[in-house]
Design a protein around this ligand. Structure first.
Ligand code: FAD
Ligand code: SF4
Length: 493
């Protein structure tokens, strides 16, 4: 890991050589991929500040100069909201950040967020010709980091003005949930001139971006700014308002006379392993653990009213982003030893590569091809360890990943005082239970047509509540698609 100043100086030297010069493909391919400056691992384990510090201006221009400006830009196909990637990258390479930002904003409402948390290596960057030519997806143009730089530039200079709102249509739309799906739908509906109210169950809007993804990966100030932008457009946000309890979906339509409803209530119901000992003190769902830490600011021990369990040895079960976030959070909250326990190998891990790298740098241990069969307690009902079965890899399953096969008789004990279960989420059943006419899958996901329309008249849905646990950008795309369908529907009534 190079120091920020060294990275900046190296990039400044290269920029001096290439600035204003016509470059051939070969020369562009020879430019070194720019490393993301980040906080020192030892230092950052003791604070909540953002780990990745963002490119310097010199770095962003060199990184953007690596783009080959392909005519048939495959990277756009890899972006769920089809941003004109060559367009915004070319503008960044010239140092024209205003144009770059305007191009991004045509397609994406939340670039400072997506530039930070999108799994780019599986999306836009997976299709990048540079990565393919260099036979390493890790050497693709860092599209997300460039996007982050441009979005931060606009934020810092107050250049991110609210979108224009059309004249009032007199129509009213309710949005349930204030995650990326709800925020995007609310913004697009408001732009069309409708009166929009967002109902949020928690006391703070933002969905998983506020209560799940930690501050050290996504500063809450950025999400807060997006919420303020929404409010400045005239969207009303009503927090501590649980649809299905405070008001039912039917009441929104019939009593409160909303003309349409968008449901973006996410997938917030944690899955458990169903093994013995899961009800012991010291076992948490990742959802609860991260919500306590993020939303309730449990790490701020002097001011927070919500305490966090004092842990020394922590096992986190799972291999996704949620598992990495929980493990890294536990370390920051003072745990001495944190181990990720995962049934498959690192190759099959669904977490973003960068999160796995950061977790390792921070001293998180990885116990692979292993899974708990029982959580063991002491005489006070607290966790004292886990009985863990070892696994080998078999044939690929329906997900395309090699199936974990238990090795009989391989059980062993692992001493831990805390277990965090991060094996996935299902959708919260409250809305469907209180609205039986809303059709859902067996897993509880709301069924929609290709425009986000549900089985109920005037009701649309999108994001994790439809897709199951997905990504911020996919949720955003779903919110945008459903808003377009609602706008079309309201234009015709
Ligand atoms: P959510 O963000 O879940 O928002 C739904 C909102 O609806 C919540 O605020 C909830 O309180 C509210 N709500 C629910 N029910 C009701 C109700 N009945 N009435 C009123 N309000 C209600 N994705 C990435 O792209 N990159 C990442 O790095 C990444 N990391 C993640 C880390 C963690 C810890 C988690 C949990 C998820 C992560 N994800 C990541 C996934 C991503 O955050 C989600 O896919 C995305 O937030 C889904 O957006 P959404 O708008 O559908 O729902
Ligand atoms: Fe890539 Fe995500 Fe940005 Fe699209 S929004 S260009 S997928 S980082």
């Amino acid at each position: 890991m190079m120091l920020l100043e060294t990275l900046r100086e190296n990039a400044a030297r290269i920029l001096g050589e290439i600035d204003g010069k016509e470059m051939k493909t070969k020369e562009r391919l020879a430019l070194p991929p720019q490393e993301m400056p980040s906080q020192d691992p030892l230092e950052r384990c003791a604070n909540m500040r953002e780990v990745a510090l963002g490119y310097t201006e010199e770095q962003v221009r060199v990184e953007a100069a690596r783009c080959l400006q392909c005519k048939n830009a495959k990277c756009i196909e890899g972006c769920p909201v089809t941003i004109d990637i060559p367009g915004f990258v070319a503008a960044a390479a010239r140092g024209d950040y205003r144009s770059s930002f305007d191009i991004i904003k045509e397609s994406s409402l939340l670039p400072a967020i997506c530039g930070r948390v999108c799994p780019q290596e599986n999306q836009c960057q997976a299709y990048c010709t540079v990565g393919k030519s260099l036979k390493d997806v890790g050497k693709a143009v860092s599209i997300g980091r460039i996007e982050r730089f441009v979005a931060d530039w606009a934020r810092a200079g107050g250049q991110s003005s609210p979108p224009e709102v059309k004249e009032s249509t007199g129509k009213r739309v309710a949005v349930i949930g204030s995650g990326p799906a709800g925020i995007t739908a609310a913004a697009d509906l408001r732009r069309a001139g409708h009166e929009v109210t967002v109902f949020e169950a928690f006391h703070k809007p933002g969905g998983v971006m506020i209560y799940g993804i930690p501050e050290f990966r996504l500063p809450k100030q950025i999400v807060q700014e997006e919420i303020e932008m929404l409010e400045s457009m005239g969207v009303e946000i009503r927090t501590n308002f649980l649809i299905g309890r405070t008001r039912t979906l039917r009441e929104l339509l019939e009593k409160d006379k909303y003309d349409a409803v968008f449901i973006g209530s996410g997938a917030g119901l944690p899955r458990f392993m169903n093994v013995a000992g899961e009800n012991l003190v010291g076992v948490f769902s990742a959802n609860e653990y991260l919500t306590r830490a993020n939303l309730m600011k449990a790490y701020d021990t002097e001011h927070a009213v919500t305490p966090i369990y004092p842990s020394r040895t922590v096992a986190v079960i799972g291999g996704g982003n949620v598992a990495m976030d929980s493990a890294r959070m536990a370390k920051r909250l003072g745990a001495e030893k944190v181990t990720i326990v995962y049934r498959r190998t690192e190759t099959e891990m669904p977490a973003r590569v960068e999160e796995v790298v950061h977790a390792k740098e921070e001293g998180i241990e990885f116990f692979l091809l292993a899974n708990p069969v029982e959580i063991l307690g002491n005489d006070k009902g607290r966790v004292r360890g886990m009985s863990v079965m070892r696994y080998s890899l078999g044939e690929p399953d329906e997900s395309g990943r090699r199936r974990p096969v238990p090795i009989e008789g391989s059980e062993m004990e692992m001493a831990v005082d805390t277990v965090i279960v991060a094996i996935g989420n299902d959708s919260n059943p409250l809305l469907s239970r209180t609205t039986p006419e809303l059709q859902t899958t067996e897993r509880g996901n709301i069924i929609t047509d290709e425009n986000g329309k549900t089985s109920m008249d005037r009701v649309y849905a999108g994001g994790d509540i439809v897709l199951g646990s997905a990504t911020v950008i996919l949720a955003m795309g779903e919110g945008r698609k459903a808003a377009a369908a609602i706008n079309a529907f309201l234009a015709g009534v």
